[in-house]
Design a protein around this ligand. Structure first.
Ligand code: AMP
Ligand code: ZN
Length: 139
């Protein structure tokens, strides 16, 4: 199974089809798709064929890393049976990514989904927060 594609609505074919970003169809990539494709630079912590981890541009803790799937998934609501394999792979790497970022004493993983949660980038990402003692409130 190819995890690099995603079913999206295609205007020319008037239906949902599987497509590769930037290949079969010209489609505006979101900012994290551009980071995943290397079109926008990032301060990388870890990369493989499925995911990318990089430092948040506006850190909310001493260490603040974002882990994103290379395929476009909007948020937690977009996780399905079909694409969940890549999510499992991301969680399997979470501890190694935290360690690679210099976290040694625990961390918090957060994903904001939708409006009330103040999700600002509509491409699934897991925040890894650590490198310091975190406030007890909010998860
Ligand atoms: P959220 O509010 O959960 O959608 O988180 C989006 C996160 O992406 C914020 O913490 C931003 O600081 C971060 N962010 C936005 N643009 C970039 C970028 N170009 N490089 C790194 N982090 C970014
Ligand atoms: Zn995207």
């Amino acid at each position: 199974q190819c995890l690099q594609y995603n079913k999206r609505y295609c205007r020319s074919q008037n239906k949902r089809i599987a497509l590769h970003y930037g290949k079969e169809h010209k489609m505006e990539k979101c900012i994290f798709c551009k980071i995943a494709a290397g079109e926008i630079p990032s301060n990388k912590v870890y990369e493989d064929e499925y995911m990318l981890a990089f430092h948040d541009i506006s850190p909310m803790a001493k260490v603040h890393v974002l882990v994103i799937p290379k395929m476009h998934i909007a948020n937690v609501d977009g996780i399905t049976e079909e694409n969940s394999e890549v999510i499992a792979k991301m969680f399997a790497k979470m501890g190694d990514i935290a360690k690679a970022a210099g976290i040694t004493n625990g961390y918090r993983v957060i994903s904001n989904c939708g409006s009330d949660a103040k999700q600002s980038v509509m491409h699934l990402h897991f925040h890894i927060l650590g490198g310091q003692e975190l406030p007890e409130k909010m998860a």
